[in-house]
Design a protein around this ligand. Sequence first.
Ligand SMILES: [Fe+2]
Length: 235
Amino acid sequence: MIKKNPMQILDLEQMSKLTEEEKIEILISTKVPEEPVGWLETELPKPVMSRLQSYIETAKKDPTSLNNDLAGNISKSLTLKDKDDWFFKTILIALIDKFLEKFPSYRRQVHMQWPQTFTLCLEPLWVNFQKENEFNPLHDHSGVYSFVIWMQIPTSYEEQKKLPICAESNSHGSISNFGFHYTNSLGRVSQFFYNMEKEAEGYMVMFPSEMKHEVFPFYENDGERISISGNIDIV
Ligand SMILES: [Fe+2]
């Protein structure tokens, strides 16, 4: 075992006691990794939520299942139609503008791979109806921008974490929640959880399609958790 030589340990006060002869002027600069790309969050206005709710009602009347195309262990997922591209034009375009303003490195990292002129296109939306014990394992999406909108949350994270299955766990942040996973500049896997409460209804997050995320199951609740998701790609 190598012992540290205490003579080599100087604090800043000692450093300042160096004689002029001992001091050597050096120029120091820093380099930081390209700025990280995060995600946007917004609370959708009531008229927007009503419109999305009408999309769900329409889909229920003439259902097209999407289960085979999705990662989730969720028993029911349906395709939604964005009538007249209304949601795309009124909400998504504005969010993409904001995304590029807030995360300019995403433009450099992803958009530069694209042709000079391109068109953004909304792939078919879908709605998930998640029941107790169902979950969406760690996955990412196709496209460039993806989003999730929490339409109905029947559970409370604060209550879920007290259930016997979780009460003794040292990983309280997971149960019933939505989580992002990403690496930081040290390569460490980091995570961010959105706690699922009634108050989350009406909130939306837009994230890079490659960003890994997952939805944990909830328990002992016969309600239905409803969320809408979609991807935006270039053509
Ligand atoms: Fe997803």
